[in-house]
Design a protein around this ligand. Structure first.
Ligand code: M6R
Length: 364
């Protein structure tokens, strides 16, 4: 079943270009120029705001999508963890689209949050991997992420396939609300169709990452930094690493570093900087220099030009292909997953069945 891979997680990481490519083709129109959810009854001109609720990795997919919905479609988005949302009993404005993201579709807190929204939100949409799950069945609209069965407890391909569906929804919303032109939509969709090829390139960094992960495995604490839509990817990288390697890791927004976490930096704390060459690149580089000035060991994940601009003082670099800003979070998820995987393998932990964790959290 592992098709020659040592772990399900390795197989599921490697499958991403294929499953994501198939999912892109499933959702984009035959001519490649449009994306519509009209058949599912979703019309983004009917909503004034979005509330997204999920747990764990699915929550980080929602945090990423907030940047997309707000920047592309100019729709305000609130994102919350299901276990907080449900007990907070927040007021719900009319014309709210509620989106619940869950790989399993059975997460107890997410399901309870969905039930809280029944009769309050204008529409309940779920983004799930299991179409016959409780969350899918209880939604007005359920969109499958089409990742295929995910066995490893650490979510990998489900995350990138969740991001794919959320990016398509944000593009559809932006187009329907007149925020982007037909041509701009076409360009974004062409980039999305190109993404599986770039993901294959990113997977090619596996050997480099394996070698440096043997060093990361000696660390007690590791920080991940990112700005903009890369901030949730920093959070996801930290979650993935702690979940399977049991190394303490935290993700921070790069700009937040100097408000506390920089006190942690010394030569024993590797700092992983997720820095595609987007509009915020220069700011991230200056945060990185603050880390290096305090003796921190920086692992920079960027493209070839980004590595050149960052200079020679970084401890290690992982080079990814250039990528349009919108899709950077999906591509940069791959090295984050590979870092967690190879570090866990180097430590000899149980990658597919980490201690104390279950694939589906059906208790509160
Ligand atoms: O099935 P769900 O997507 O609702 O699960 C949510 C979380 O339990 C899940 O993403 C968890 O954080 C993963 N083990 C992370 O790798």
């Amino acid at each position: 079943e592992k098709s020659g891979y040592k772990h399900f997680m390795a197989k599921e990481i490697a499958e991403q270009p294929t499953v994501l490519g198939e999912a892109v083709d499933h959702y984009i129109s035959k001519d490649g120029k449009g994306v519509s959810f009209a058949a599912e009854g979703l019309d983004f001109t009917q909503f004034d705001r979005i509330t997204m609720v999920a747990c764990g990795t699915a929550f980080y997919a929602c945090l990423t999508a907030k940047y997309w919905f707000e920047q592309l479609a100019r729709l305000p988005v609130e994102v919350d963890i299901a276990s907080e949302f449900r007990y907070r009993e927040p007021p719900v404005a009319p014309r709210t689209l509620a989106i619940f993201v869950s790989q399993s579709g059975e997460t107890a807190d997410t399901l309870a949050a969905l039930r809280y929204m029944e009769g309050k939100a204008a529409k309940i949409l779920s983004v799930v991997n299991v179409p016959e799950s409780s969350i899918a069945r209880e939604s007005d609209v359920a969109l499958p992420i089409l990742a295929g069965i995910e066995v490893g407890v650490a979510s990998t391909k489900a995350f990138t396939c969740q991001l794919n569906v959320l990016a398509l929804l944000a593009l559809n919303a932006a187009h329907a609300r007149g925020e982007i032109s037909d041509a701009a939509l076409g360009d974004h969709l062409a980039a999305l169709r190109n993404l599986p090829g770039l993901m294959n390139h990113a997977l090619g960094a596996s050997d480099t990452i394996e070698a440096l992960s043997r060093e990361l495995a000696k660390a007690q604490d590791i920080l991940f930094l990112g700005r903009g839509a890369m901030y949730p990817i920093a959070l996801e990288g930290a979650l993935k690493l702690k979940e399977i390697s049991y190394i303490h890791a935290e993700g921070y927004a790069s700009g937040e570093l100097k408000h506390g976490p920089i006190a942690l930096i010394d030569e024993n704390v590797p700092v992983i900087v997720m820095a595609p060459r987007d509009a915020l690149f220069d700011k991230t580089v200056s945060n990185m220099q603050e880390v290096m000035a305090r003796g921190g060991k920086v692992l920079l994940i960027t493209d070839a030009e980004g590595a050149k601009q960052a200079g020679d003082d970084v401890w290690r670099s992982v080079i990814l292909p250039e990528i349009p800003d919108l899709l950077a979070p999906i591509l940069y998820a791959i090295p984050a997953q590979l870092l967690a995987y190879h570090t866990a393998v180097a430590k000899g932990t149980d990658v597919d069945q980490p201690r104390n964790l279950a694939k589906s959290v059906t208790v509160e």
